[in-house]
Design a protein around this ligand. Structure first.
Ligand code: MSP
Length: 662
């Protein structure tokens, strides 16, 4: 670990205003993924999160409950910490802005700016939203209320919250003085605000129209950090809150070694608070003679189909419920995979359950299962690299190298969904490699033993690479994969990751499936029920006047999914001696050898040779069955009956034999 290889990442500090939902957990999980990734890349990493505990909002909330602010806040802080524990958040420090070291450091910073004349005493008169803890000019309001004389009596902030009139003595920060410096800073630090689009918003909507001086203290309530030289004033909650990112590191305290080591760092924030972090925050730091953050990344929101999560809409998803039923890794995976980090994303129960089934149970789970069982079956659980290669090894290893490189690129840009998609490309390629090399065929000949072992080695090694890359996202799952591969290591460095690990004669454990397949209908109904607070949810609307003409009962999608349908080309066909019904087909269905299927359709094809060269549809995974005592039929040919006729189902000539139908 080199001296300057440090990484500092922060979440916003949360308002302790109630139980945190899945949306609030989103940033914390994303930062955790980053922190874990950087640690595995050999960085000395510091991850900060915590609570924003001052301000009028908290004071009023506590009063409503008949509590002092501290009595209200302490249990809340414990609840939040307990949630982060459930989500396996690896923070290095949890700051509360009521911590003494923070309050002292903020007071000092305030006095410094006052002494420098960056802060001056004046009078504020304007609109304030308590819920947002934010001041607004009339023109910034979404809506204004007027009395019969046209005088404005109130209004609504862009967030939808009510504003109230505030008129009081206040200290102002000379923001306007730094506007040019800030524009120049943006210009010379093009990566400071990300994604890029947020930068233009700041410039055009807030800086260009003119930066107003910011009211920095309040006198109408007491729950805040008092200004030492004039204690009837308490410091504005955002000034107090933003400084947490450096006071947590010891800034303005006796031991500021962490501050010296880690600042400047990266502030990860939701898009609605980008303004505070990219305008006020760098200006405050600059005025204090400190560097601005390396980067402020404004991510999107996690939304529901009908907008933001809210209890009144009955659409709130709590992470605890999902974790309890589906496990933590499914939740972390979903949030990081399904949503493009800079943009808004919509949570739907269908999508969530679908991702678990397809990505986790099918793609990843099956690869692990097949690999482990084959290593057990064909080589007594030992993983041995040999020099007997197959023609597919080179391209497979190339995909490993490419995946690792792309993964790093994506992680550096905070494109978590892209990084995961890269890992899944490797998983899909490895699954395909099984089909290409057909280890079960190699297992039939002793001469192919070395080749077989090398194929099995490639499978195990690719899974080790996959699990290594997944560590920041799904620690437990990676651990399970390492264990099933017989590895004693519980973690691997991502920094040193390369194909070619030397497995020291490990015995592969026969493990349980890492993600069981879910019944989609049942689970979607369950999640919807939980979202609506336990009420049974009405089934989706089905047109009542459509009568389905069925001969069999309905089946679930899951049942259908078990059937593998494929395109197969007729190579040869002949009548079966002793039967006037059966035709014996030799078909190319993309298998290592032609497959044989017996089908009772002879009477409909007096000239059976007309079928040669046709491309048919077959059920490929039907259990083989012995017919006429000597023939094994491996599948079924699909056909349609109408009147007294029957025709096999054909497909376009240019669809290759072996293609999956679905
Ligand atoms: N206390 C301020 C931050 C001060 S930082 C110096 C605050 N707190 S908050 O509790 O309202 O929000 C904390 C973070 O949670 C914000 O970044 C916000 O964007 C994020 N989220 C809250 N709901 C969210 C979603 N539904 N989706 C994604 N993030 C969301 O703002």
């Amino acid at each position: 670990m080199t001296e300057n290889k440090t990484f500092y990442i922060t979440t916003p500090i949360y308002y302790p205003s109630g139980k945190l939902h899945l949306g609030s957990s989103y940033t914390t999980i994303a930062c955790d993924v980053l922190a874990r990734y950087k640690r595995l890349m050999g960085f000395d990493t510091f991850y900060l999160t915590g609570l924003d505990e001052h301000g009028m909002k908290i004071q009023r909330k506590a009063e409503e409950l008949g509590l002092t602010p501290k009595e209200y806040l302490d249990p809340m802080a414990e609840d939040v910490k307990a949630l982060w524990k459930k989500l396996d958040i690896s923070y290095d420090k949890f700051i509360r802005t009521t911590d003494t070291y923070h309050e002292e450091a903020v007071a000092k910073a305030f006095e410094q700016l006052l002494a420098q004349d960056d802060i001056y005493l004046g009078k504020y008169a304007g609109w304030y939203s308590v819920s947002d803890e934010e001041f607004f000019t009339e023109t910034q309001l979404e809506e204004v209320y007027r009395d019969e004389n046209g005088v404005i009596t109130g209004g609504i902030a862009p967030s939808g919250h009510e504003v109230e009139w505030v008129e009081e003595e206040t200290y102002f920060f000379r923001m306007g003085k730094y506007a040019d410096w800030l524009l120049d800073y943006y210009e010379t630090h093009p990566d400071f605000i990300q994604p890029e689009i947020r930068k233009n918003e700041m410039i055009n909507n807030f800086i260009k129209p003119g930066l107003e001086d910011l009211a920095l203290t309040r006198t109408s309530f007491t729950w805040g950090i008092p200004v030492p030289s004039n204690p009837k004033h308490v410091v504005y909650v955002w000034f107090d809150a933003l400084l947490n990112y450096i006071t947590a590191l010891g800034y303005n305290s006796e031991d500021d070694s962490n501050f010296k080591k880690f600042w400047p760092g990266i502030n990860m924030v939701g898009k609605e608070i980008v303004r505070f972090h990219t305008i006020y925050w760098p200006i405050m730091l600059h005025a204090l003679g400190l560097p601005a953050p390396k980067k402020v990344f404004g991510h999107g929101w996690l939304l529901m189909k009908d907008g933001k999560m809210s209890k009144s809409k009955g659409n709130v998803v709590y992470p605890e419920m999902l974790i309890e039923r589906y496990g933590l890794d499914a939740v972390r995976y979903y949030l990081m995979r399904a949503i493009s980090f800079g943009q808004d994303g919509i949570f739907t129960p269908e999508d969530f359950v679908g991702r678990i089934n397809f990505d986790l149970a099918n793609d990843l789970g099956n690869l692990l299962n097949r690999t482990v069982s084959m290593i057990n079956k064909y080589n007594d659980g030992r993983i041995e690299a040999t020099t007997a290669t197959t023609e597919f090894d080179g391209s497979l290893e190339e995909v490993v190298t490419d995946t690792v490189a792309h993964f790093h690129e994506a992680m550096d840009k905070f494109e978590f969904n892209v990084a995961l998609a890269d890992v899944w490309t490797l998983i899909a390629r490895t699954n395909k490699y099984i089909d290409e090399t057909a280890p079960w065929v190699l297992a039939k000949s002793a001469d192919d033993k070395a080749k077989l072992n090398n194929v099995l080695y490639h499978l195990a090694e690719n899974l080790r690479v996959v699990a290594t890359l997944l560590q920041p996202f799904m620690r437990a799952t990676s651990g399970k994969i390492f264990t099933q591969l017989g590895l004693s290591e519980t973690s691997f460095s991502i920094e040193e990751l390369a194909f070619g690990y030397d497995f020291v004669n490990p015995v592969v454990a026969k493990g349980e499936p890492i993600f069981p397949r879910l019944d989609v209908e049942e689970e979607v109904a369950y999640i919807k029920e939980q979202m609506s607070g336990g009420k049974t949810v009405e089934k989706e609307w089905i047109p009542e006047d459509v009568e389905l003409n069925l001969t069999l009962p309905e089946i679930k999608f899951d049942d259908f999914e078990k059937i593998e349908l494929k395109v197969a080309e007729v190579l040869e066909v002949e009548r079966v001696e002793g039967s006037d019904k059966l035709l014996r087909f030799k078909l190319d269905a993309g298998d290592s050898e032609p497959r044989q299927i017996l089908s009772g359709i002879a009477q409909f094809y007096p000239n059976e040779q007309e079928l040669v060269g046709k491309k048919l549809q077959i059920v490929a995974n039907l259990k083989p069955r012995k017919m006429m005592k000597k023939y094994v039929s491996q599948g079924m040919i699909l056909s349609a009956e109408f009147g007294n006729e029957l025709r096999v189902l054909t497909v376009d000539k240019d669809i290759p034999a072996g293609s999956l139908i679905g």
